[in-house]
Design a protein around this ligand. Structure first.
Ligand code: 13P
Ligand code: SF4
Length: 336
C-alpha cells in the first residue's frame, strides 16, 4: 500500500472506527496474524461472542472475568482485544504500560451506553452512604464512580463480600440486578440499564421450542429479563453456560445469550445440539452488532499497523482501576 493511501486511511480512522486499508484477498490471514503475533510479542484476547474465526485464532477465549485476569497477568507487549470497547478499556486500566488495541473503536455496548457517567453521578448523590457495585459492562469513567466491579461469573461473590449493614447501588444492568437481589437476598438500588441483545428474546417462541423439544434444557444469561429467567433450567455467565452444557447429560440445549458462544459449545460437545433462543422478530438480533464489528480483516490490520489504540486519561486510570482490582481480589479469594 502506498504511503498516501495509508495516510488517508489513518486520517479516516477516528470517523470510521477502524483502519480501512485494503487487505490482499489472497493472504492466509490465520498465518499472517500468527506471524505478526510472534514478531510483536502480541496476545489476542477474545470474548465468546466474537465470530468463530476470531475465537479460533485467539490466544485466549473467555468471559469478562477471564479476559480481565488475562489482561492483568500477561507479559505480552501488545494486547489485541477482540471484544468491545469497555473490555479493551478495562485491559488498558489493568495494564497501562502496554499497548492495547481494539480492531474497531465503534465496537461499543448498549448496556455501557445506558449509564452515562454524568447522570449516574447525580443519581449516586441521592445515596451518599451506599456502596456502588458496577457490572464491568460500563465505561471506564463509570468505574471511577464505582467502589467495586463485578462480572456475571463473580457477581454473587462480590455482593456477598459487602458487609450486611451496607446498602448497595447496582449499575448498570437492571436484569442482572434483579436476579442478584433474588439470589443474594440483598435489597439493592438498581440503575435502569439493559443489554439490547439479551432483551430481544421472544418468550413465546422459546415456549414453543420448549414444547417441541421437551428433553432440551433451557439455559440463559442473567442479562435476560426476569420472565425468561424464571423458565431457565440454568442461569449463568457465558463460561457458566458453557460448563453446564459440557457437564449436563442432556443432548439438546436452548441457549439464551449471544449466539457466538455456541461455537465453543459445539467444539466441546460435538454430539449435542444447541438451539439459539430466537429473537422476537426475524432479524439476527441475538447477535451483538457491537461484538460483530470485529472481523478477521480488521484484526489483521489492527495488529499489523498497531491501530486503533485504546488511550485513557491518566485520572480515569488512577481513579477507576481500584474498582477492578478489588473485584479481582475477591474473585481470587473465591477461587474464581
Ligand atoms: P460474560 O461473558 O462475562 O458472561 O458477559 C457477557 C456479556 O454480555 C459480555 O458483553
Ligand atoms: Fe453489550 Fe449486550 Fe453486546 Fe454484551 S451482548 S457487548 S452487554 S450489547
Amino acid at each position: 500500500m502506498s504511503d498516501t493511501a495509508f495516510a488517508l486511511a489513518e486520517r479516516d480512522l477516528a470517523q470510521k472506527g477502524f483502519l480501512d486499508v485494503d487487505v490482499d484477498p489472497t493472504l492466509d490471514l490465520f498465518e499472517e496474524i500468527e506471524k505478526l503475533k510472534k514478531e510483536k510479542n502480541a496476545i489476542i484476547l477474545a470474548h465468546y461472542y466474537q465470530e468463530a474465526d476470531i475465537q479460533d485464532i485467539a490466544d485466549y477465549v473467555g468471559d469478562s472475568l477471564g479476559l480481565s485476569q488475562q489482561a492483568a497477568e500477561t507479559d505480552a507487549d501488545i494486547i489485541v482485544f477482540a471484544g468491545v470497547h469497555f473490555m479493551a478499556e478495562t485491559a488498558k486500566m489493568l495494564s497501562p504500560s502496554k499497548k492495547v488495541l481494539l480492531p474497531d473503536l465503534k465496537a461499543g455496548c448498549s448496556l455501557a451506553d445506558s449509564c452515562p457517567p454524568h447522570l449516574f453521578r447525580k443519581f449516586k448523590e441521592k445515596y451518599p452512604e451506599h456502596v456502588v457495585v458496577s457490572y464491568i459492562n460500563c465505561t471506564a469513567e463509570l468505574k471511577t464512580l464505582t467502589d467495586i466491579c463485578c462480572t456475571s461469573t463473580n457477581a454473587k461473590h462480590i455482593i456477598d463480600s459487602i458487609p450486611e449493614d451496607k446498602n448497595i447501588i447496582f449499575a448498570p444492568d437492571i436484569n442482572l440486578g434483579r436476579y442478584l437481589k433474588k439470589v443474594t437476598g440483598r435489597d439493592m438500588v438498581l440503575w435502569n440499564g439493559s443489554c439490547m441483545v439479551h432483551e430481544i428474546f421472544s418468550h413465546e417462541k422459546i415456549t414453543k421450542l420448549m414444547i417441541r423439544h421437551p428433553e432440551a434444557k433451557f439455559i440463559a444469561h442473567p442479562e435476560c429479563e426476569p420472565h425468561l429467567l424464571e423458565k431457565a433450567d440454568y442461569i449463568g455467565s457465558t463460561s457458566g453456560l458453557l460448563r453446564y452444557t459440557k457437564e449436563n447429560d442432556a443432548d439438546t440445549f436452548i441457549v439464551a445469550t449471544e449466539v457466538g458462544i455456541i461455537h465453543q459449545m459445539e467444539k466441546a460437545s460435538p454430539n449435542k445440539t444447541f438451539i439459539p433462543a430466537p429473537p422476537n422478530n426475524q432479524c439476527a438480533c441475538n447477535e451483538c452488532p457491537h461484538m460483530k464489528r470485529n472481523t478477521l480483516e480488521k484484526l489483521y490490520t489492527c495488529i499489523k499497523y498497531e491501530q486503533p489504540e485504546i488511550t485513557l486519561p491518566q485520572w480515569v486510570i488512577d481513579q477507576g482501576v481500584a474498582s477492578i482490582d478489588r473485584m479481582l481480589e475477591v474473585s481470587a479469594k473465591a477461587g474464581l
